[in-house]
Design a protein around this ligand. Sequence first.
Ligand code: ADP
Ligand code: GLC
Length: 485
Amino acid sequence: MRVLHLAAEVFPLVKTGGLADVVAALPPALAEQGADVRLLLPGHPAVLDGVKHARPVATLGPAFGSARSTLLLGRMPKTDVPVYVIDSPYHFRRDGGPYQAPDGSEWPDNLQRYAYLGWIAAHLAFGELDDKWTPELVHAHDWHAAMACAYLAAHPPTSAASVFTVHNLAYQGVFPHDDARLLGLPARFMQPAGLEFHGQICFMKAGLKFADRVSTVSPTYAQEIATPEFGAGLDGVIRGRVGEVSGILNGIDDAVWNPATDSALAARYKADTLAGKALCKSALQLEARLAQRPEAPVLTVVSRLSSQKGLDLVLAVLPELLRHGAQVVVQGTGDPALESAFAIAANANPGAVALHVGYDESRAHRLIAGADMILVPSRFEPCGLTQLYGLRYGTVPVVRRVGGLADTVTDGETGFAFGEATPFALQAGLERAMAAFADAPRWYAMMQAGMAQNLGWAGPARQYMALYEEACRARRESPRQAPSL
Ligand code: ADP
Ligand code: GLC
């Protein structure tokens, strides 16, 4: 089956979170299952620089505010997955992030930028842009790619099926209703049965309404988003797709996250030769200026600093953790209030609390390898990857029992899971974790159990292949139509 994945970010070229890791690792895993997979990416500068052997396949005229752009076809670095890149200088060749300008504000033309991404995917599926390759299925990731599903459903609908994956329902791509005219879709799409959302337009709804199948990144989150607590206002739309929303857990990329081969580490190790992990811990204590105390439990956080991640709870229990003799090392960027609260804690507790504000991939590997535990106390978590990396690296996760965290960490066996998003509940979970840490044979058994867990992409890729078959069948039998007037 010919499958086109589209997304705003991909590791190692452009990454703001776990989406990039998934978009890098899932296509090669699908190729192993026999799919003919290609990617479609916006031509951010790092993408134009990083994609190999790029050559033009189509030249495009004025669209979505740009006068001219070129569709390139090249190969991803390392994996060699074929990748289409939209080289639209006006839209994408800028300094800054994929969604935000350097000052942290959203790009004011995100509507045109990401509508264009979806529009190109649909026109590839119409067979208009590359006569040598036409996808049979379009797989769109998160709101940035969701408009592909609306363009595929627009007139005339194509035969290509679509799957939309929700990586995070909290980021929805909501724009003023007046800007709907920039989308080039019939007005009937702009009603509540389409993209309209409380007087505005919502790109996420294009995926939720018009994809032949909707998936998200864990079975528990698939259930949660049908409830008002986790639905971010879209739970009614999710409930409207009963039987058509599924949860497939993310895997981890063994080529990138493997303690036996990881070149970022001071030493490499495996489940049966853990001496290297002790060296990684000592190297981390040195690098982060923590006291060289091999017996101290080292806890790490590697995270976007956003309210989703529940890190205010970590701040609340910090004094108690320090009383237990723990060391805490945090790496993240985001909410300035959280950044400064952790900075104050680090200044007040030299040698015991360390903070690195910023995004640093290889340092993230060293934190995860060198720590004894990784904390992920999220308020909600569609899947979560850092707890998976923790499991793989023998770094026991302490997580809130929510979303993908609930599906991947077995309380008392591979990690610790607590219930409420309160400091009290986190502290109770941490006390159990500290007691286990003090019991060396028990701790060793937990590390081994986590490291033995099968976290690869082969299983998830097989599930996606089955979902693609289902989406294609649904497309043939009852294609999703644009709402009628
Ligand atoms: P989310 O996508 O919600 O941010 P995930 O756990 O799915 O959460 O993925 C986060 C990814 O981003 C992981 O690969 C993690 O290692 C990485 N990451 C987050 N913050 C940082 C940081 N400050 N430096 C390096 N990597 C980070
Ligand atoms: C989102 C979610 C995270 C998930 C990631 C990749 O960013 O917040 O839980 O792991 O996407 O699917």
